[in-house]
Design a protein around this ligand. Sequence first.
Ligand SMILES: [Zn+2]
Length: 277
Amino acid sequence: MFATANYAEERGKCEQMLQKFSVLSMNPEDPPQKKYLEMIAEVNAQQRTSFPISLDDVSSFFGESSELLSNILCNTRRYVELFSEAIDNLLPARSNRISDDDDVIDVLVSQRIQQVAAGEQVDLKTIFPRELLRRFSVTFTPLSHMKPHAIREIRASSVGATVFLRGIVTRTTDVRPQMVVATYSCERCGFETYQEVISRTFRMIDNCQSERCTSDKTPGRLTLQTRGSKFIPFQEIHIQELSNQVPIGHIPRSMAIHAFGEQTRVANPGDIIHVSG
Ligand SMILES: [Zn+2]
């Protein structure tokens, strides 16, 4: 664990890698490819939503025994966020126009930009939760020399860390939408409020916190706007140990895995899968 103050520095390192990491082209005549900058360009062109970061790349960029690599492995969730923020910073500024294929969130964002633009320049990221504006999700692909573990080898100390598992899929649930950002609007002043939803249960906000409503001392009631909220696909995948992972005389252990976004609908019962996360 390290202090929050270091997060800016760590995010800087993430940004540095995304900008500078390059791989040799297939054709030796061509210049090396900036792998992650190309992926960011694809995100910007709305051609890509998954953003896998290879831990082998992290290892070759910063070194096998680098602090960043071990930090990612033991504090994975934090680094998914840091890399996401680094990508946010490297994406070109959002243009303020509405086209036919924009979704409701884009329209809401554009309206809000116009509202605030009437006043002064405001950084979009301070108004909207970053999660609402993001069109990509970061994942880490395990180091190629990592060996997948059996379920029984996972300990309480693995919580929050990257684990790499092998097992057989016994059951998958239907893919359902899970809310990641809840958008509310005020019945009284029309102001929109955004709430990031981090866990599966969350407390809904009741009262409007807008300047108008708070200065009037009669906050309006907030209603949840399903259409303006952001959802991602969610699926539960149940896996069980393979027979060769179970000591003789023991019962195979099982585990439920939560899959989001493009990780849903990839596994079917009977498949032997490697999961990391
Ligand atoms: Zn209000």
